[in-house]
Design a protein around this ligand. Structure first.
Ligand SMILES: NC(=O)C1=CN([C@@H]2O[C@H](COP(=O)(O)OP(=O)(O)OC[C@H]3O[C@@H](n4cnc5c(N)ncnc54)[C@H](O)[C@@H]3O)[C@@H](O)[C@H]2O)C=CC1
Ligand SMILES: N[C@@H](CC=O)C(=O)O
Ligand code: NA
Length: 435
């Protein structure tokens, strides 16, 4: 095959789980990529931290460098692919590359959620591309559909499972009755969770993704600090069993929603019970799935692998092809739009439902006193289930919709009642309105 145009040179930053698969795919699919782009791609260099390390891919020693800054500013480099992760030196390297006119592809959700403003501004000012499909829900085409395919619609809500590790843990707890610790150990043994899994299990990874999704969906600036975040470390086998008994399953959800009046948005990540009939309930193991609800398109669901070297590299390669085509055409893709400038409202204003499990004294009048606390805060109860256990009983209540502030004030007051031995568990209930 002859290629009519000169090749485009790609500099790769980081050669770990994702980077090594990017190298493999660039190599294995070189002819297809050249045909699709209209010019060949050439790996100009690979910046690594430890050159001697054994990797999943063989690298020509001549391509390896530890001087990432020199690589990204080299005159012959067209596209920089950043798969190092973290804030620094990733941010400085991306900015240095853009200042030299290179387009950038990154999978770095942490950086985009913390300081996306700086990176997007640099792309705009330097007239270069910034593509980041791999940063949210790995292989799943999600950001490009939001930025491009749905550019003619109005998005109301984005709701999904965007962290594979926590979905694997919750799925194992649900299907085998395992404890959180047992399920986490399994996830680590299978390589889903990091040795330090804090970013996954405490919800930081999902919160960064929620910030990116909300920004794109609602054309507003949203950072990780704006996202209400709760992880899954407190979920017990007994919570999972109670959810099951009531026809629910517990999932870590990312929810980005515009208020009814369209004046603000809520962005939150927390575990929630969803009905077992909900499509997200069937998302098993480490898979991700995201619902997008738009005014004209209605409900759309995106499903697939949210993590892993090859799946994530697939999204990176898709971005490289798009950026390469843009460069050959002398253009750039759509830039970040924050014209709507919607503010993120506090969690207390969010409308949601609660599941509340109380250990109470098993004597007459208990239910009435508990119901009075709900009524005092104007929270209506949808269902009550009571199980006697000798002197004690367990009372399980599910509410109708109310503000999160009213619900949490209710729970606080319930804890003060002398007949309540313990507030055993509290969880939000979501998805009853989504088929
Ligand atoms: N692994 C996955 O499933 C997914 C990862 N991502 C994102 O992709 C990025 C890369 O993730 P992984 O490949 O999993 O991480 P990793 O830790 O396997 O690879 C990162 C590599 O960068 C190297 N590195 C660190 N500092 C460097 C420097 N200054 N110069 C050159 N190399 C340096 C590290 O030595 C390491 O080999 C992160 O932003 C991550 O959030 C996104 C979606 C899924
Ligand atoms: N740790 C993340 C990987 C991709 O973003 C996850 O488990 O989903
Ligand atoms: Na994606």
């Amino acid at each position: 095959m002859t290629n009519p145009k000169p090749g485009l040179k790609v500099a790769l930053l980081g050669c770990g789980v994702v980077g090594s698969q990017v190298v493999r795919l660039l190599r294995e699919q070189a002819d297809d990529l050249a045909a699709r782009i209209g010019a060949p791609l050439e790996l100009a260099g690979v910046a690594v931290r430890r050159p001697g390390r054994k990797r999943d891919v063989d690298l020509d020693p001549a391509l390896i460098t530890t001087d990432a800054e020199a690589l990204v500013t080299r005159d012959d480099v067209d596209i920089v692919v950043e798969v190092i992760g973290g804030i620094e030196p990733a941010r400085s390297l991306i900015l240095a590359a853009m200042a030299k006119g290179k387009s950038v592809v990154t999978a770095n959700k942490a950086l985009l959620a913390e300081d996306g403003a700086t990176i997007h501004r640099a792309a705009r000012e330097n007239g270069v591309d910034l593509y980041f499909e791999a940063s949210v829900a790995g292989a799943i085409p999600l950001l490009r559909p939001l930025r491009e395919s749905l550019a003619g619609d109005r998005i109301r809500r984005v709701l999904g499972i965007v962290n594979g590790t926590t979905n694997y843990i919750l799925d194992k707890m649900d299907s085998t009755g395992a404890s959180f610790t047992e399920a986490l150990e399994e996830a680590q043994a299978l390589g889903y969770a990091e040795a330090d899994p804090t970013a996954d299990v405490e919800g930081f990874d999902a919160a960064a993704k929620a910030a990116i999704l909300a920004g794109l969906a609602f054309h507003s600036r949203v950072t990780a600090a704006d996202v209400h975040r709760e992880g899954i470390t407190e979920i017990t086998a007994s919570d999972v069993a109670s959810a099951k008994a009531m026809g629910y399953v517990i999932k870590l959800l990312a929810i980005c929603a515009k208020t009814e009046d369209g004046r603000s948005i809520g962005v939150r990540v927390h575990p929630a019970m969803i009905p077992r009939s909900h499509p997200l309930a069937g998302v098993r193991e480490a898979y991700n799935a995201v619902f997008v609800e738009a005014e004209s398109a209605g409900r759309l669901m995106f499903y697939g692998a949210g993590a892993g070297g090859a799946p994530t590299a697939s999204a990176v390669l898709g971005d490289i092809v798009a950026v390469a085509r843009n460069r050959l055409a002398g253009t750039v893709g759509p830039e970040e739009l924050t014209y709507a400038d919607l503010k993120v409202h506090p969690m207390g204003e969010t409308i949601t439902r609660y599941y509340v499990s109380l250990d109470v004294a098993d004597k007459p009048g208990v239910l009435a006193r508990v119901a009075e606390v709900f009524a005092r805060h104007d929270v209506s109860i949808q269902t009550v289930r009571q199980e006697g256990r000798g002197d004690d009983a367990q009372l399980v209540l599910v509410t109708h919709q109310a503000t999160d502030a009213a619900l949490s004030a209710t729970v606080q007051d319930l804890g003060r009642l002398d007949i309540v031995r313990a507030v055993a568990s509290v969880m939000r209930v979501e998805g009853d309105d989504t088929p």
